[in-house]
Design a protein around this ligand. Structure first.
Ligand code: ZN
Length: 319
């Protein structure tokens, strides 16, 4: 019998269960909820996950709602939803793990003998590679930042990379960041899963409060991706032209204090344009944060008056 954790894969049914993994400090196993919907007809297996960063709740909520609304009679293949990959980080409402301080999406491929996050990376990667044909990894700006709706895929000439790009352009947004090892962050789940030949798409939407619009965009992106893969009827959204960025700049706060944004996420900026300032509790400006490249897209920026510490991610620009 085919299973993911305790959840069975049964044609024509929705099933639920847990991926049991390791143990918490009180000795009880971590139980990661998993939601499976299987069509009566064969088709691809898509793995959709949220909260690899624990404070990105929009993806988690949207996976739950998408699963509840999904009609298995109209499904070909299998949807595997994992709303919250990183339970301790989610419980802490934090981007990093309270158990070992690691950013789970920077430590892939992990280590079966490492600390919590390394072991979880190893386990999740193994499950995806063994069971899925495609991975959709849902993200947001977390509780500190806000992102417009865009997708991220890995560049390259492999079949998986080409399919990732093709899928990224059918998720419902015309904005795509195409990364490679020289312009991106390392150790992401999508890096390693795609290297195993499985096409991947990262979806970014919102941050902070999960609005109805964010939920709708996440669900639409999943639906579009599954239509593109012919798992659901209908045509995915396609655009005549795409806004493609290839270089990413992650900006970490140079000072602690309150972040005061100077422009909205999604803005087009040039080198030297002000992204925001950091003020102290006397209201004095400690630092100005400026865009480093011409023709940039502000892919994420901190919320208004967000209290930030030195070195915290406060904005992202793509160019
Ligand atoms: Zn994230």
């Amino acid at each position: 019998m085919n299973k993911i954790g305790t959840a069975q894969i049964l044609p024509g049914e929705k099933t639920e269960g847990y991926i049991q993994f390791g143990s918490d400090i009180d000795g009880s196993p971590f139980q990661i909820p998993v939601l499976i919907a299987t069509g009566k007809e064969d088709g691809p297996v898509v793995w959709v996950q949220g909260c690899i960063h624990g404070d990105e709740f929009g993806g988690a909520a949207s996976i739950i709602r998408f699963f509840q609304e999904l009609n298995v009679d109209s499904l070909k293949g299998t949807f595997i939803g994992v709303p919250v990959v990183n339970l301790p980080s989610y419980k802490d409402r934090s981007r990093i793990s309270p158990l070992d301080g690691a950013n789970l999406n920077r430590v892939f491929p992990g280590d079966p003998n490492g600390t919590y996050s390394l072991r979880l990376a190893d386990k999740i990667q193994e499950l995806i590679i063994n069971h899925a044909d495609y991975l959709f990894d849902l993200h947001s700006g977390g509780i500190a930042l806000y992102c417009p709706f865009f997708t991220i895929c890995k560049g390259g000439d492999s079949e998986a990379a080409k399919k990732s790009r093709w899928l990224s352009e059918r998720m419902g947004t015309k904005i795509v960041w195409v990364t490679d090892s020289t312009n991106s962050v390392n150790g992401t789940v999508t890096d390693y899963v795609m290297n195993a030949g499985i096409p991947t798409v990262t979806v970014e939407v919102g941050g902070g409060v999960v609005t109805e619009e964010h939920e709708e965009l996440f669900k639409t992106s999943i639906k579009n991706g599954m239509k593109a893969l012919e798992m659901l009827d209908g045509d995915p959204v396609e655009f005549d032209e795409y806004e493609v960025y290839t270089k990413g700049d992650f900006i970490f706060s140079p000072a602690g204090g309150l972040f005061v944004p100077a422009c909205e996420a999604g803005s087009k900026l040039n080198k030297g344009d002000l992204i925001g300032t950091i003020i102290n509790l006397h209201g004095e400006v400690l630092e100005e944060i400026r865009c480093k490249e011409d023709n940039s897209f502000l892919a994420a920026t901190g919320h208004r008056y967000w209290p930030t510490e030195m070195g915290r991610l406060i904005a992202e620009t793509y160019s």
